[in-house]
Design a protein. Structure first.
Length: 136
């Protein structure tokens, strides 16, 4: 008799735990649904900001207030946005300028800061690389 009562108690306990598990899963699924909406909204917001920044970078030479002729500007993208060959229009290059475009509240990345510092310290040089001709 005691054994059958123990089995019934264990079965009810298992049933109770199973029902609790199912209820917990339902509650967690509802919480996730509301979080998912917020996560998606944030992802869309960040994506739009990145696209806007990228679009602004590409258009910068054509926007009012850009100091250089668009024909003297070359887009690089990473780690710097543009290299300007000032005077190239007149076939008299006088200066090479590195330009990083930022929009909104964005700031320089660590790599961009280090590159800026290297340029300011004059750690810039010119090199010629010749490709070997394979004809003998």
């Amino acid at each position: 008799m005691i054994f059958s009562e123990l089995v019934i108690v264990v079965l009810f306990l298992c049933l109770f735990l199973f029902i609790g598990y199912i209820i917990g899963r339902i509650i967690e699924a509802r919480k996730w649904k509301s979080k998912e909406r917020d996560i998606r909204k944030d992802a869309i917001k960040r994506s739009r900001a990145a696209l806007t920044g990228s679009f602004s970078e590409q258009l910068a030479p054509y926007l009012p207030g850009f100091k250089y002729s668009p024909t003297e500007v070359r887009f690089i993208g990473k780690p710097i946005d543009f290299i300007v060959f000032k005077g190239l229009d007149k076939k008299e290059p006088q200066e090479v300028v590195f330009v990083e475009v930022k929009s909104g509240k964005s700031s320089l990345s660590t790599v961009e800061r280090k590159l800026r510092d290297a340029i300011k310290q004059g750690k810039v040089r010119w090199e010629k690389y010749s490709v070997m001709d394979e004809q003998n």
